[in-house]
Design a protein. Structure first.
Length: 81
């Protein structure tokens, strides 16, 4: 149940970050790295959207109960030969 609630919260936060990236920009400010590397202008907005999409993906994994399988598989591939 805890995993479902955390996943739903992450999913909701991700959706809000993608839709309201301008509000996140006003609240947290610009990211120098994103402004320099992602776009000529609006790199920070794009970064907030990318972070939001990551939250959506992780939230969906948690809600469906697949987070442990995916995270465990990724860790295993990184550290086990």
């Amino acid at each position: 149940m805890k995993q479902f609630l955390l996943g739903a919260a992450a999913l909701a936060l991700g959706i809000v970050m993608v839709i309201k990236s301008e509000s996140f920009l006003n609240l947290f400010g610009r990211m120098d790295w994103a402004e320099e590397h992602l776009a000529n202008s609006g790199g920070s907005r794009l970064m907030y959207k990318i972070i939001g999409i990551i939250f959506i993906f992780l939230g969906l994994l948690a809600v469906t109960g697949q987070f442990g399988d995916v995270a465990g598989g990724a860790v295993k591939k990184l550290f086990v030969r």
